[in-house]
Design a protein around this ligand. Structure first.
Ligand SMILES: Nc1ncnc2c1ncn2[C@@H]1O[C@H](COP(=O)(O)OP(=O)(O)OP(=O)(O)O)[C@@H](O)[C@H]1O
Ligand SMILES: [Mg+2]
Length: 252
């Protein structure tokens, strides 16, 4: 089993990539679990799922019961092996989707129970052979502070032309190393003329480029239509196929 987290600055294309990679991997015969770990929750539409599952955080009792003890002390090993079956939905190409959700009340602030629950899920979830978990993360670096991605195998960091998303990529790698993530790859998305320059800047930060996806208006249209871009094909989808080849996810 391999776990891939997709991170990066806001709006760079994380959800589009997470959804499309999930579908492409499933078509190659992998058992794919996609987890929407972004509180804005829009991975479902990028996967082509019309009726997303209820977010896990809406099952307060479940999270409290499994992740938090009576005194609000988080259990280290909540039971999570039935979660995918009970709370996930199965979408096109048999991709399973779980939605983490968000804190319901403004000002209540703490994502702690939900994140400790997700951490446990990543540690203990038992999937079939040849399974891949793809996590669509919240924009920015905050989730790294919560350590939600601890234990993932590959962190893909999406950047777009512009200095700001490259800076964020640098911060992500720095923080991710502190939680022992070892394998990184930057994905240059919405790429145009500046690819070489972006690649140089990423290399200066010690980040290798794992793939380049061109700007492709059909992805914008898919987003407008609330559908997965995977069926339409095109330059961006082909580039994502190449990224998968390069990642060399082994099959047993
Ligand atoms: N290669 C591309 N070419 C053109 N448009 C793209 C490309 N990749 C993504 N987009 C578009 O950019 C917008 C943002 O994409 P997406 O929602 O995947 O980003 P995100 O990083 O998940 O955003 P957020 O930080 O809000 O979660 C969408 O309209 C999407 O269709
Ligand atoms: Mg997103």
């Amino acid at each position: 089993m391999i776990k891939i987290a997709i991170s990066g600055k806001g709006g760079v294309g994380k959800t589009t990539l997470a959804g499309t990679l999930s579908r492409l991997l499933a078509r190659k015969g992998y058992d794919v679990l996609a987890i929407d770990a972004d509180p804005s929750m829009n991975l479902a539409s990028a996967l082509g799922i019309r009726n997303p599952p209820k977010p896990l955080t809406e099952f307060r009792e479940l999270i409290d019961e499994r992740a938090g003890g009576p005194a609000g002390v988080f259990r280290l090993n909540p039971k999570v092996d039935d979660i995918v079956e009970k709370f996930g939905v199965i979408g096109p190409d048999n991709v399973k989707l779980l939605v983490l959700g968000t804190v319901e009340r403004g000002g209540s602030g703490c994502m702690c129970p939900a994140s400790s629950f997700l951490k446990a899920l990543l540690r203990h979830v038992i999937l079939k052979m040849n399974s891949v978990v793809i996590l669509d993360m919240e924009a920015g670096v905050e989730h790294l502070g919560r350590g939600t991605t601890k234990g993932i195998d590959i962190m893909l960091i999406v950047v777009e032309p512009g200095a700001r998303s490259i800076e964020t990529a640098g911060r992500i790698v720095e923080l991710a190393q502190q939680i022992d993530i070892r394998r990184f790859g930057a994905i240059i998305n919405k790429a145009g003329k500046q690819v070489k320059e972006i690649e140089d800047r990423l290399n200066d930060l010690g980040i290798e480029v794992a793939g380049v996806i061109p700007y492709d208006a059909s992805l914008v249209q898919a987003d407008m239509d609330n559908t997965s871009p995977v069926d339409k094909g095109g330059a961006a989808i082909e580039a994502m196929e190449k990224i998968l080849e390069k990642l060399q996810i082994r099959k047993e």
